[in-house]
Design a binder for this molecule. Structure first.
Ligand code: ZN
Length: 199
């Protein structure tokens, strides 16, 4: 059964800026009863399989950039904005101060030269569907010239406050998700990077 569903798994195409969906996006499997040792019914398991559509909209250039080894942020260039010139990463489309659409800027070079760990936390446990190796070293990265701090993860080494880090990108077989971006201590050789990643 799972094989047939796999073949007909939901897919999305885009035609004239509209999503065209085809296949199964929600699949229900036969349930199973849960009995205790004395044969008393205690519940059921309800297997479900769902395909979630995550629409990127105007944030798509950020994820596409990661797959090509570039880190993109946005900048407010509205002359009437009190905070004109502010640069934001995480990528956001509209200025939080004046609400005008911002310009996409490339922060790859600035990140390579100036990124530092602002703070961090190490998580021994994770939630469902986690794909990162544990313990996960979550780091908050500060890039000079930006108004914000980016949440990401350190792939190699032990994090420390103020540590210089450089971005790495999953440019081979990218997933087009935020895990295509990671960080390593400054000076790490290419040979130490995870499979598919490059500077
Ligand atoms: Zn603004």
């Amino acid at each position: 059964m799972s094989c047939a569903h796999e073949q007909n798994r939901g897919k999305v195409k885009v035609d004239n800026n509209r999503y065209i969906v085809k296949g199964d996006f929600s699949v229900i499997y036969p349930n199973t009863p849960i009995f205790n040792k004395q044969g008393k019914l205690c519940g059921v398991t309800n297997p479900r399989d769902m395909t979630y559509i995550h629409s990127y909209g105007a944030e798509a250039p950020f994820f596409e950039g990661l797959s090509k080894g570039s880190l993109k942020g946005t900048k407010c260039e509205n002359p009437a904005c009190e905070y004109k010139g502010s640069v934001y990463i995480p990528f956001r489309i509209y200025c939080p101060d004046c609400l005008k659409k911002m310009k996409i800027v490339d922060l790859t070079a600035a990140a390579k030269k100036t990124a530092r760990i602002y703070t961090y936390m190490v998580c021994e446990r994770s939630g469902a569907f986690n794909t990162l190796d544990k313990p996960i070293k979550f780091i908050n990265v500060k890039i000079e010239g930006t108004a914000t701090i980016l949440m990401s993860y350190l792939y190699l080494g032990e994090p420390s406050m103020g540590m210089r880090v450089v971005p790495i990108f999953r440019t081979k077989n990218p997933t087009y998700t935020i895990t295509d971006l990671s960080w390593v201590p400054e000076g790490t050789p290419q040979s130490k990077l995870p499979k598919g990643f490059s500077f």
